[in-house]
Structures are given as structure tokens and as C-alpha cells.
Design a protein around this ligand. Sequence first.
Ligand SMILES: Cc1ncc(COP(=O)(O)O)c(C=O)c1O
Length: 459
Amino acid sequence: MSDLQKLAVRHLWMHFTRMGSYEHGELPVIVRGDGCYVYDEAGNRYLDGLSALYCVNIGHGRAELGEVAQRQIAELGFYTNWSYAHPRSIELAAKIASLAPGDLNRVFFTSGGSEAVESAWKLAKAYHAACGRPRKHKIISRYLAYHGTSMGALTATGLPPLREPFEPLTPGGRHVPNTNSYRWPADRDPMWAADAIEEAILFEGPDTVAAVILEPVQNGGGCFVPQDGYFQRVRDICDRYDVLLISDEVICAWGRIGHWLGCQRYDYLPDMITTAKGITSAYAPMGAVIATDRIAEPFLHGTASFIHGFTFGGHPVSSAIALANIEIMERERLCEHVRSREAAFREMLDSLRDLPIVGDVRGVGYFCAIELVKDKGTKETFDDQESEELLRGFLSGELYRRGLICRADDRGDPIVQLSPPLIADTEQFEEIEAVLRPVLTEAWERIVKRRPAAGLGSH
Ligand SMILES: Cc1ncc(COP(=O)(O)O)c(C=O)c1O
């Protein structure tokens, strides 16, 4: 173990991490990044197929962002947005408004995604109260969706293992089916999941429901895309019952699915967008709620105010970096790049469908997942023990060992998820395939083929 690894094992509390697994093992310490790649202490190179948790959209090692930060710190290292403004957050709010569709013109900055979700829910409640509808307080979200970990955001999160240890959560959360149609019956109405939102609103009582929060493409469970017309139907339902539509674009904005904002891909207009991660390509922490003029209106006059804030919301250094990040994306036409190369990315992933373990490939832009199955014919998935063995016992470690960082996850059914920096191109797609193909082949042999006696499927 290196000195850094020893210190980490002794002192660093890692997030969502079984720290016990590093007591004697090799804890990955990433020390440097360059483009689509990162390097560990020993100098090993990894293709960052997850953009460091869907964050580093413009790629690693952009020294010009360091210069931007240095200039901003020399000019004004910090001032708050509580009662004061400063140039960079003003300029960034105006820039975001110019890129956002419709009248999404008002930006409330936060330090990250959970704070953005928390803020959007509070804003929905405050907006309804200001409009004379004080009973509207509930939030509807989807099964398996991840909306963050603070208590309000966790209430929207639809993953029982993340929620149960912290119950009771904030009252008012309700969950509905997501759009994963992989196992839907062939004759199911494509609007089934959208209509389930109306059923939930009616069941809860429309006068109690404040908002629906949905990602354009749902991350939790593995890149669930919406059915054609899904968001148009949801928009109609929300309008019918005075329920606000929040588009949670903590991942799906800033080019991830080929557009500045994810809702532009599916052509719907939310009342609020929550975002974070790629807004600065994570060169500094930042999140935001982008609200329409209609939502902001009740808070702009007389003695009214939105009684909510975070010290670091709109931090000048983060704002300067976000502006420079957007400028780089514009200069390098990264949204256009994703739109023009996503078919090649997808084709590479689809080529893996000949492997017996690959059940489904889904997603859009540079945001895709492969669902792993025990039996392609029946779409049978793995049980908990098999999944543990498959993902944590083999795949995560083996992919990393072979130089590919991606997400092997079983918050829903087991998936491998890929979300490379937006600068990725053919060379990286080929590298991803060159690692995934042998590793997924071996996974199948280890977990399924060699264990028929244990009652597992055989091929
Ligand atoms: C859709 C979505 N919402 C909210 C969050 C929470 O963001 P953060 O981890 O910055 O608090 C995430 C994080 O991955 C996310 O993917």
C-alpha cells in the first residue's frame, strides 16, 4: 500500500463506499487527468468512461480553467448572493437564460445537485403558497430515480436501499413507474408510464401535489429513455392539475445528451430545471435551479422573497469557471459533436449484443447503459447473490484493472453504464469495446456458464 493509500484508509471517509473492502486491498488514488484519461499513483492510465460521475464534460486537464480561477480569485475570491450580487454570477445567470428554452430566464445557484433538487421542491411549495394554493406540497418522482441524498432530495429518490436507513423522510413523496420498457408487455400502451402520473395526482388529491420531478433520461436503473410523446403527455397532465414540472438535469444538461439542456432533446418546456455537475465540468462545485418567469414572478415585488439560500450559491470562482466551461463547449461545438458521434458510440455498444450476457442497450447522446441478463430469451435477471458476485466480485475490479472506468451497478437490474467526456471519439469507442467485450465474455463464463449445478441458466 502506498503512503497515500494508508492515509486514505485511516482518515478519508469515502462516499457510498464499503471502506472495509480497502482495509487490505488497493484503494484507487487518481492523481492526474488529461482529456478522456486519468492516471493513478503508479502512472497507470484509465479511460474515464464515466466522466468522473457524469461531470467532466469537456474532459480533464484544461489548464485554461485554472487561469480563469486564478484571475477570479485575485479579483474577488468570494462574495455571496445573499442580498448582494457580483459580476460573474450575474453574467452566468444571463448566459444560462440565453441558452435555456422558453422563458426559463431566472437562475438560483446552489453548490450541487441535491441542493438544486431541494431548492426546486421548496420553490414549488413557496410558489403555490404565493398563488393561494398552500396545501400543494407533495412531489412525485419515479421508481429507481436518483435525485440526491439530502432529506428532501432523498424523498424524491426512488431507491429503497438508500432511503430506508434514514426514514422517516420528508413527508410528501410519492413514486410512480419509470419508462424502462425492456420488460413491458408488447401490447402495453406507450403512454402507460405517463398516465400513471395522472393516477398518482388524482389519488393524492390535486390540491396537495406541488410538483413532478423527472430526468429527461433516467440515470438510476441505467439510462431509461422516455417513450415518444411521454414528456408532452406529462406536460399536459401537469397543466391540467396545476402541478409544476421539474426537469432534473443534474446529468442530462451541458451536452450530455447532445443539447445545452436535456429538455431540448425531447422538446418539452419544464417550469424548473435542476442542474449541477457539467455546468462547470466539475472544475469547481456548482448547481442551479433555472425557473421560468412565471415561477419567479411572485417573488419579485414588494416584501416578497424566496426564504431559502446556501452560502456558496453562485460562488464567484465557480461562476467564472462555469462561464469559461460554456465558452469552451461553444468554441469546440461539443453539443454538435455529441449529436454527430452518438450513433457511432451507440453502434459500438450495440455490437456487444451478440454476447449472451448483454440483454439490452439503451440511452442517448454520450449517456448509455448495457443491461446484463442471465437469459436473453426470457430476460431473466440475476439474483442478489449473483449480482453481488458479478458486479462487485468481478466486473468493477476487472474493468478498472484493464483500464476502463465505468459504472457496474445494480441499483435496479445489473447494468454497465458509460458516459464518457463529450470530446470522446472513435479511438475511445474502440478502446471501450476492446475492454468490454472480453470482460463481459468472462463475466458470463464465470457467473453463468460454469455454475449450472447451482441452478443458474446454461448456454
Ligand atoms: C439526476 C440527479 N439529481 C440529483 C443528484 C444529486 O447531485 P449531487 O450529488 O451533486 O448532490 C444527482 C447526482 O448524481 C443526479 O444524478
